[in-house]
Design a protein around this ligand. Structure first.
Ligand code: BG6
Length: 484
């Protein structure tokens, strides 16, 4: 009974929210570097210079950009990715903190443009050296790195010159990047995730495309699927020990009543997201998607051999992020906040201050759905509560609300393992250390066990301090999840 002996306990991060050092070590710029800060009410914006020289700032989500525009960095605007919380210069200190908590895993992402500054075939040795130092530091403490190859950061050059993933050539360049890191970090990294939250990739921000229509999006996604499958095939060839997974967000929705139309609507809403697991675990376009393409006039241009690549390059395991659930109905509903997607309110659930509805039982539900649909091991690589913390006069941070959230979710993971028999590989809550929020660009929305002294405009000492949850999680790990 209980979690497996080699359960991966750890925490998660992403380069564009954590690493900083944006202009150092030969790194090239990524789309994430032209996204401004924002807030709960003001959306983050993307800044570009149009072909006529006009500078525009447009909401980073849901806006189409003019073809031929180029990334623009405004000297008077704050871009959180540039410094983030400076893992680049704090990696030894941070990894020591992880080790102190007893981490056996650490999810991070490699910044593609630190290895390939333009996203093409040119390689930056200094970037390779940086991550080698990071992985060696992890190994020193027996921490298993779990590495995302692309976490919402498309090389800016690809966005400017070839409309990002809509250009087939990007598949080959992505493979160059993967081959380079698989070869260089052989023996140092075993767990890889190809694309973060693949079900949320859209537009300039994370597909590097200028348009948002279905034709553009799904053609670009086809290239992403092929690239991911090729990475799996190549990764296994380079090191048969490699375990290469997919990563999706699962924003589970429930019907608000038992009317068959509401139930069907919920099923179809969930399928929008599990389509991505179908593609990466089963290795082909499911019939319902082909019908949808046909209805909407979407025509995916495939190259000979693509079908075989998708089939051969299915993933070894499924990883996912889970924060909240939502509700849909045949009737109109009042919407609430959510992670890149907004659904209806659930009267039975409490929500975070950002409106994300807290639902630990939903995690058990999702674990079962994924495991018993695809029969592949699952890994939770994001989960957690974004909350504003208060630093008391004595310096302590008493984040009982965070402990409570995580405790409830770990309890449900245990049921999924002990009662349901789900093969769960590990748990890496999001933002084990405070970092920049992807959705709002804020620092105020904190997830960490470790507090970072920095505000929404990047001001602060960057000093790291242990919160109450730090000591709690340490004891959870030491007891392999028995002492909650
Ligand atoms: C996921 C992303 O969407 O949720 C992370 O993979 C992100 O990058 C996390 O940070 C939490 O969202 P937010 O908006 O609170 O940072």
């Amino acid at each position: 009974m209980g979690f497996r002996k080699d359960f991966l306990w750890g925490g998660a991060t992403a380069a564009n929210q954590y690493e900083g050092g944006c202009f150092e070590g030969g790194r090239g710029l990524a789309t994430s570097d032209i996204i401004t800060n924002g807030s709960h009410t003001v959306p983050r914006r993307i800044s570009v210079k149009n072909p006529d020289g006009k500078i525009v700032f447009v909401p980073a989500r849901g806006t189409e950009l003019e073809a031929g525009c180029r990334g623009y960095i405004d000297p008077d605007t704050y871009y959180p990715s540039h410094k983030a919380v400076d893992f680049y210069h704090h990696y030894e200190e941070d990894i020591a903190l992880m080790a102190e908590m007893g981490f056996t895993s650490f999810r991070m992402s490699i910044s593609w443009t630190r290895i390939c500054p333009k996203g093409t075939d040119e390689i930056n040795e200094e970037g390779l050296e940086f991550y080698e130092k990071v992985f060696r530091e992890c190994r020193k403490y027996n921490i298993e790195p779990v590495v995302t190859l692309c976490h919402f950061d498309v090389p800016l050059y690809l966005f400017e010159e070839m409309d990002g993933w809509s250009d087939r050539r990007v598949v080959g360049w992505f493979l160059t990047y993967c081959r380079t890191v698989f070869t260089r970090y052989k023996g140092l990294v075993k767990y890889w995730l190809t694309f973060n939250e693949i079900n949320f990739l859209n537009g300039a921000k994370n597909l590097g495309t200028h348009k948002l229509d279905d034709q553009t999006r799904f053609q670009a996604l086809h290239h992403v699927f092929v690239a991911s499958a090729l990475a799996v095939i190549e990764g296994h060839k380079i090191d048969p020990e490699n375990q290469i997974g997919m990563m999706m967000n699962y924003p589970l929705v429930y019907p608000d009543d038992c009317h068959p139309d509401s139930v069907m609507k919920a099923e179809l809403e969930n399928r929008k997201h599990t389509f991505f697991a179908d593609m990466q675990c089963l290795g082909y376009y499911p019939e319902y998607k082909l019908k949808e393409f046909e209805r909407n006039g979407v025509v995916i241009k495939q190259e000979p051999g693509d079908a075989e690549i998708l089939k051969e390059g299915t993933v070894d395991f499924i990883s996912f992020s889970y924060y909240h659930t939502g509700v849909v109905s045949r009737n109109d509903l009042e919407l609430t906040g959510g992670n890149l997607v907004n659904h209806g309110k659930n009267k039975y659930l409490q929500a975070s201050d950002w409106g994300w509805q807290i639902d630990a039982v939903g995690l058990r539900n999702v674990l079962n759905r994924l495991y018993y649909t695809y029969h592949k091991p699952v890994m939770i690589v994001e989960n957690g509560l974004g909350a504003a913390d208060t630093v008391e006069a004595d310096g302590s941070i008493n984040d009982d609300y965070r402990i409570d959230y995580l405790k409830q979710h770990i309890e449900q993971m245990k049921i999924a393992v002990d009662v349901d028999g789900v093969d769960l590989l590990g748990y890496m809550p999001w933002g084990w250390i405070d970092l920049v929020s992807a959705g709002t660009g804020e620092m105020k929305k904190r997830y960490g066990f470790v507090y970072v002294d920095m505000d929404d405009l990047g001001k602060g000492t960057l000093k790291r301090s242990r919160k109450k949850s730090f000591w709690w999680y340490k004891q959870v790990i030491a007891s392999n999840g028995e002492q909650l």
